[in-house]
Design a protein around this ligand. Structure first.
Ligand code: DC
Length: 223
């Protein structure tokens, strides 16, 4: 079974996905990490972000693999073309590069095919932007997780502090979140939008536990 969790950055998709997966015995698939990996490879290869052809080629030819650890629903690592990019894809440089890279239709086509292959191999909580609309439109549970801009920026600052990568300045993070949302929502290819049958969850005034409980309850109803 697939549980699709879509929404803008910083709404809590990653933390929520891991805990929902843990509670239900599912695995997690972080599709954002795949777009980030392609963006990282594009930077390494010196490819322009408007060179759609070469970006598509990277997405088609470089293998993206997740490393799993027994008993942990969240992969402990991600690599592209054999290079471990687990931390390297979380930098401010990749935050900026990933929007134009993920807007390229050929990149999306290649990654969506891989996501569908992975998802069909078991029970997954899949997080992204187009999971309920494009990747798994047949998923029995689709959640559109949102939060106010300020709540999302606050959480992202905390996350960056914990990880030791990315900006920890509130205003910088807030501006980046707004810019990225605009880009992700207005692009022609698979813009961020809720599926018609998605359940909307606004996490601004909810604790993570409340969000996790709500999604688990919805999932159990559909299992
Ligand atoms: O979830 P994230 O912040 O790691 O995602 C990184 C970028 O990738 C984000 O700007 C939007 C894009 N993305 C996408 O277009 N489609 C997805 N399914 C997942 C992420």
């Amino acid at each position: 079974m697939i549980i699709a969790i879509d929404g803008p950055s910083g709404a809590g998709k990653s933390s929520v996905s891991v805990e929902v997966a843990r509670a239900l015995g599912f695995s997690c698939l972080d599709t954002g990490a795949m777009y980030r990996s392609v963006a990282w490879q594009a930077v390494q290869n010196g490819v322009d972000f408007d060179d759609a052809e070469r970006l598509g080629e990277i997405a088609r030819t470089y293998d993206i693999t997740f490393t799993h650890e027994a008993g942990n629903p969240k992969p402990v690592g991600v690599s592209i073309g054999g290079a471990d990019v687990t931390s390297a894809i979380r930098t401010a440089e990749i935050d900026r590069a990933v929007s134009p890279v993920s807007a390229v239709p050929a990149v999306r086509e290649a990654l969506v095919a891989q996501q569908q292959r992975i998802g069909r191999s078991g029970d997954y909580v899949v997080e992204g932007r187009d999971i309920g609309t494009v990747v798994f439109p047949e998923a029995p549970l689709k959640v559109f997780l949102t939060a106010s801009n300020e709540a999302r920026a606050r959480r992202r600052v905390l996350q960056n502090e914990q990880r030791g990568v990315g900006s920890t300045d509130f205003e910088t993070v807030l501006a980046d979140i707004i810019r990225r949302d605009e880009y992700d929502s207005s692009r022609a290819a698979s813009p961020l939008k809720p599926a018609d049958d998605a359940v909307h969850v606004d996490s601004s005034d909810m604790t993570m536990e409340e969000v996790i409980d709500k999604i688990c309850e919805l999932a159990r109803e559909r299992m």
